[in-house]
Design a protein around this ligand. Structure first.
Ligand code: S3P
Length: 448
């Protein structure tokens, strides 16, 4: 069976302990954050860009469909390379129908920013999960720039935006540590006269800054007296087309990494994973727990650091996370909780309020699922306290409810590999948003 056909298996699905350790060398799909940005910036460049290794997950395909609906030409050739003919900064056209963002918060928030300084009106719609997520964090700064919004109650989707031309440049201090909000303001700044500035007290992923500079935007990053990052972009930019090679997504690699750590006897290698230090918090946390993780063959790919990761089964000890490090592993807490559930001792996770507004409330949903499969967990307002088994398998059970959240589904699939009775997951379909081939990859690691 191919990876795609395995992923198409009907839900619910049960994941069980393999008879032996995981082994082999695998690659994970392209980075989701970088893939969205590669399409968006290419669509605004003058001329043809090429993107290799693009994540072909539903979230990124939502971005591609929206950009096409506004005039960009986006095609995939037989070799899997994507070709994007951009329309130039400010050149996107009025879409004829609502832009369907599916499950993707990144598509929604970054495109809202991009369109906020365009002369058009756009309506954004999404699935039940996305329609619950807060958009006020983006509509607030974009309103200051002159865009106008009508939203569903609570500032949520469906939402209609009227862009401002010319938009007004602002200096905006981020009230939440969010790369999506930072990027939305910077993208609005691309077609705004003058300098738009974002002040970021806690560093978040910097893919927008790196890639915009690569496309030729005039962008600078400085530190202010308090150590906050100050990012300035000069508007009315002209972007030059690029050839981008997307690294493997560290947030997807997180699942096989933890699987290999907790399944006894495992020794695996994951090749070509992005190692941008704004994304490597999980690896540091796992190493602090005693994980045997080696970074090999460190290199640079298209302006981003990349390495191969060798992971061997390890005896893990409990850990307490460092709240300032949360942005560097913000998507990895669900799988970190699984590692903690198998570690020796009591792990304490704090400062995770943002997890409550991800694709699901990841604190509540993980606490419920972990209890269902036999873990001892206490939920706090901003985190979880987990009493680990010390390596003893979890009881198992389910079906665990994933609430349209891909990372919940994949985290519990990994938990099933170290359980007495297997873990059943109610719905595996959300996995296709970020990690097509996930089930096939887990199976490949189990083949001797
Ligand atoms: C992302 C930023 C993060 C992350 C999301 C992708 C991005 O969201 O959770 O999966 O590509 O900028 P926040 O900005 O809401 O923290």
């Amino acid at each position: 069976m191919t990876a795609a056909s395995i992923d198409a298996l009907p839900s619910p699905a049960t994941f069980r302990a393999p008879g032996a350790g995981l082994s082999g060398t695998v690659a994970v799909p392209g980075d989701k954050s970088i893939s969205h940005r590669a399409l968006m910036f290419s669509a605004l460049a003058v001329g043809r860009s090429r993107v290799e290794g693009l994540l072909e997950g539903e979230d990124v395909l939502s971005t591609a469909a929206a950009l096409r609906a506004m005039g960009a030409k986006i095609e995939r050739d037989e070799a899997g390379v994507w070709r994007i003919d951009g329309v130039g900064v400010g050149g996107l056209l009025q879409p004829e129908t609502a832009l369907d963002m599916g499950n993707s918060g990144t598509s929604t928030r970054l495109l809202m920013g991009l369109l906020a300084s365009h002369d058009l009106t756009a309506t954004f719609i999404g699935d039940a999960s996305l329609s619950k997520r807060p958009m006020g964090r983006v509509t607030e700064p974009l309103s200051l720039m002159g865009a106008e919004f009508t939203t569903a109650p609570g500032g949520r989707l469906p939402l209609t935006m009227r862009g401002a031309v010319p938009a007004v440049p602002i200096e905006y201090r981020l009230p939440v540590a969010s790369a999506q909000v930072k990027s939305a303001v910077l993208l609005a700044g691309l077609n705004t006269p003058g300098i738009t500035r974002v002040i970021e007290p806690e560093a978040t992923r910097d893919h927008s800054e790196r890639m915009l500079a690569g496309f030729g935007a005039e962008l600078s990053v400085e530190r202010d007296a308090d150590g906050a990052r100050v990012i300035s972009i000069r508007g009315e930019a002209e972007l030059r087309p690029q050839h981008i090679v997307v690294p493997g997504d560290p947030s997807s690699a997180a699942f096989p990494i933890v699987a290999a750590l907790i399944v006894p006897g495992s020794d695996i290698t994951i090749t070509g994973v992005g190692m941008n230090e704004t994304r490597t918090g999980l690896i540091k946390l796992l190493q602090a727990m005693g994980a045997r993780i080696e970074l090999l063959n460190a290199r640079d790919a298209g302006g981003e650091p990349v390495a191969d990761i060798r992971v061997r089964a390890s005896t893990l000890n409990a850990v307490e996370n460092d709240p300032p490090e949360v942005p560097s592993m913000v998507d990895e807490f669900p799988i970190a909780f699984i590692a903690a559930a198998l570690a020796k001792g009591r792990s304490v996770f704090r400062g995770l309020e943002e997890l409550r507004v991800k694709e699901s409330d990841r604190i509540a949903v993980m606490a419920a699922g972990l209890r269902q499969i036999g873990a001892i967990v206490e939920e706090t307002p901003d985190g979880l306290i987990i009493e680990g088994t010390g390596g003893e398998p979890l009881e198992g059970g389910g079906p665990v409810a994933t609430h349209l959240d891909h990372r919940i589904a994949m985290s519990f699939a990994v938990a099933g590999l170290v359980s007495y009775h297997g873990v059943t997951i109610d719905d595996m379909r959300p996995v296709a948003t970020s990690f097509p081939g996930f089930v096939g990859l887990l199976e490949a690691l189990q083949q001797k």
